[in-house]
Structure formats: C-alpha cells, structure tokens
Design a protein around this ligand. Structure first.
Ligand code: IPD
Length: 289
C-alpha cells in the first residue's frame, strides 16, 4: 500500500471542505456516467460486491485531494495508506457507498469523504461531505458550524415519538450483523411508522441530518461508511452514538434526531449506553476500533 509522508499540521477546514467537494463531484460524475452501463466486478460475495469502479473512484478522489493536500493520507474502503493511523490528519473515503445498489443500477449510492484530525483520544471528523450524484444532493459539514444540504442549513426532524418516526436499518455483510439487524427489524417494525432499508449508510445518515429519516440503526458498519455522515448528523443537531466492535474500523451505531434516541433499543451501542447520547454527540465521530 502507498505511504504518504504525514504533515505536522492539519489543513484549514474551509480549504479541506472545498477539496472534498471537488473530489466528491468528480467521483459522482463518474458514477452517474456508469450507472446503467455494464460494470466490471472485482469480487463477489454473498452479501457484497466490489467493483472496478470503486477502485477507480477512490483513485480519482485520492488524486484530487492530493493536489490540494499532498501530505494527507487516505484511509479508504478500497485501500488504506499505512500513514493514516499515525498522521495528524487523514481523509476517510468511501468512493461508492451503496455499492450493491449501484452495481444493480439502483440510483441510491453516494460518495463519502471526511477529514479526520487526531487528538489525544483518537481521530475525530472535522469536515464531512456526502454527495448523491443521482439526486444531485450535496451534504456538507464543518465541525462547530451548521450542516448544509445544497448550501442551505440542514436540520434533523423534530419528531419526538417513535411511533411517528421513520427508522432506517442497515443490513450489513457479516452473519452477526445480519442477525442483529433482523432482531432490530422485528423489535422496531411494530413500534415505528415505517422501517426503511435503503442500502447506503452514508445516505441514511444524511437523510437523518435533513429530517427525511428520524433515525438510522446499524450493527456493523465500517468507518468509511459513517465518518462524514456522522459529523453531518451532529452538525444538523442530531445524535450520533457509536460503539467500536471487534474488527478493524468496525462500529455499531444509532443516529437520530436526538429526541427519539432513548426510545430505540440500545443493543447496537450497548457498551456506549447512557453516558453516550450526550458525550458522544458532542464528539468524536467514529474513531479507532
Ligand atoms: C455498505 C452500505 C450499506 C451498509 C453496509 C455498508 P458499501 O457500504 O453502506 O448500506 O448496510 O454496512 O458496508 O459496501 O456499499 O460501501
């Protein structure tokens, strides 16, 4: 794997945001061009597909980011720069979140890019960009500022009752997370207005951030699926509670408008329970496992 020389200072957030938006737009254009075309499958598993286009999009994103910030390493779904564990700052990239949707021609997938900065207690997201090229929806966030959707301030919903809420579930790839998701489905399905299972964690988070969903629950996501979207939820006033799971960069999570967090079964974040909602809300989007 490549190795970037780490820089000693993190970049300015507005500049990082501009670079991430540029990269997301360029990768999104490539996704849009290829949605209906035949795609080369690099790997195929029962519940997962890896496309040649995932790799191509990550390379494109890495090139665009490196032009602006040559010394910041990338930790991505399609390759991890070894320098990213020790760097003062790193990009966390999912070039195509919702790959299975995309592979099947379903236009519900996104580019996800976060800038994370290292602190004494791990990395946390400072800048987040999620781009849905099919709807041309761009969510952005800089820690401490409002989240935005296509330039306008985005806010989580104000629904306070679980029985009026739309809760999105993620059905991940491993057997244990699938079992957990089935249990969540059985438990929640009669208690909410609707369950939605859409197939992109990054978009589920941004849908929470702009009030389309009231919550999103998943038992086994990876850091690149949620590093940008989690910050966007927080900056939109919501709560983003994660628990590190065994395995590299793996988390259980509950993201919500904050008002219904305590009505959602906490099995996904049981270790983080109670002290979480507030302390992690303010915080450190997903960090180390
Ligand atoms: C997946 C999607 C899916 C989620 C999985 C992720 P990928 O990401 O976000 O919605 O349920 O946990 O791994 O593989 O399409 O980038």
């Amino acid at each position: 794997m490549s190795r970037t020389i780490p820089s000693s200072r993190p970049p300015s957030n507005p500049q990082a945001l501009a670079a991430a938006v540029d990269a997301a737009h360029q990768a999104g254009a490539l996704m849009k061009k290829h949605l209906r075309r035949a795609k080369q499958v690099n790997e195929s598993h029962q519940h997962d597909i890896k496309l040649e286009l995932d790799v191509r999009c990550q390379k494109l994103i890495t090139r665009v980011l490196a032009r602006a910030f040559p010394s910041i390493p990338v930790l991505g779904e399609e390759g991890i720069d070894a320098a990213s564990e020790q760097a003062v700052a790193r990009w966390v990239v999912d070039p195509i979140d919702g790959t299975v949707n995309f592979a099947y021609g379903i236009p519900h997938a996104a580019v996800s890019i976060a800038l994370q900065v290292r602190t004494a207690d791990g990395f946390h997201s400072e800048v987040g960009v999620v781009y849905d090229p099919f709807m041309d929806d761009l969510w952005t966030a800089i820690r401490g500022k409002p989240a935005r959707l296509n330039g306008r301030i985005a806010k989580v919903s104000t629904r306070a009752r679980l029985d009026e809420s739309i809760v999105s579930l993620g059905f991940a790839k491993s057997q244990d997370s699938l079992k957990a998701a089935q249990a969540d489905f059985l438990e929640l399905t009669h208690r909410v207005r609707k369950i939605r299972i859409m197939g992109s964690a990054a978009l589920a988070l941004t849908y929470v951030a702009c009030g389309r969903f009231d919550a999103y629950v998943e038992a086994g996501v990876r850091l690149w699926d949620i590093a940008a979207g989690g910050l966007i939820v927080e900056c939109a006033g919501g709560s983003f509670v994660t628990q590190a799971l065994p395995g590299e960069h793996r988390y259980g999570l509950i993201a919500s408008n904050g008002l219904i967090h305590d009505q959602i079964p906490h099995a996904r974040t049981s270790g983080a329970k109670k002290k979480t909602a507030r302390s992690q809300r303010a915080s450190k989007a997903p960090t180390r496992s």
